[in-house]
Design a protein around this ligand. Sequence first.
Ligand code: SF4
Ligand code: SF4
Length: 445
Amino acid sequence: MDKNQLLKKIRDAGVIGAGGAGFPAYKKLDARVDHIIANGAECEPLLYKDRETMIQAKEELFAGLEIMQNITGAKQVTIALKEKNRDVVKGFNEFITRYGFNTFINRDVYPAGDEYVLVYEITGKRIPPGGIPLQVGCVVNNTETIVNIARAVKDIPVTAKFITITGAVKNPLTTIVPVGISFDDCIQIAGGLTTEHPAVLTGGAMMGGVEFDLSLPITKTTGGLIILPDDHYLVKKKTAPQETYARIGHGQCDQCSMCTELCPRYLLGYPIEPHKVMRSLQMTGKAKERVSLWAQYCCECNICTFIACPEGLDPKSICVDAKKLLKENNLSRTEEELESLFHPVHPSRQAREVPIATVYQRLGLKAYDRHAPFVENHFMPEQVNISLNYHVGTPAVPVVKTGDRVKKGRVIGIVPEDQLGCPVHASIDGAVTRIDEREIQIKAN
Ligand code: SF4
Ligand code: SF4
């Protein structure tokens, strides 16, 4: 199969980044690169999804990497893991010899899985500010995305998802669920709740958002559900209204600059200084806009808010608001500014990395620090709600109508060939019962 045929299969199977923003994989791979990095360096606390993907689907992981190598011409392939998952490498030995790939084991620190960090650690190169790994000859994909690439080439579309379900549930576990299954069903798979008033952290304790509606569906990008009581510190902090965190920040920031001194992007030399962004709370107009530029390259890792700030303020949210302001006013650093502000890597960078044990302690998650082993489940959801708009690019347009009977794997939504995006597929057999601009509902037979 030539490169274009492989890319078409990857698009047709609906493969998007399984680790975050949901960028369509076919587009990312349509390039010549030197180095492919498989990102299995899951650094969010409590999640075991990448670990289990690498154990349960290792043959497909290596097959997917070989396919990516054929498409991109990469000379080097590295699988990145964290120290806590060193044992997983033992299972790779036979494949490592056969394929000639490398492994890289990073320290148990947060945020080890950030692609800027990963590319620097593995290649010594820094992605330009606001840039992508391709600019330094790399492509980085989450391990589950790579498994899905291998399946796509065998014409198996993405209809299921590795996921960790943990926190205030009876039996934390990592398992595979159909795309579109509800949070509620996932909680049942994990034995039910151990709290009466649940909140759900999606996408990780540090970077994820908070949801209270348990009928929401799992998408192709959901890596974990962390259930917590709704009065848990993390839930309260993440859901504080803008006027509250801005008012407290305005009154209490003493400009100690600890937020900047521990910021992983600042330590890599990028022009991001959250303590300066905090000054924007005292400003209006042009002055506010200028100082907001110090937030432009914030990756929203939350180190400043949850680990660094001795006053318990929320510099990350202030940075998010500052980035919104920049976007609304179409403002960014000039090339000249970037040239003078992109500094060498900080000499104390490694000494200032945040051990994962500190993250557990600061987030109040020690009580939930239980292993979530892989368990096969045979749960049959009564219905799934499949999102049409959860990847970067153009939303999919339904190609079924209410009442249609569909089989698992059938295309139910498409994106025109000339636009960025992927089709979506039915994840169970059943009948289409509802279609709106956001999702397609299928009820099981
Ligand atoms: S969230 Fe805070 S620590 Fe993380 S990149 Fe943004 S400013 Fe830096
Ligand atoms: S660490 Fe907290 S108090 Fe210190 S400058 Fe940053 S936001 Fe202000």
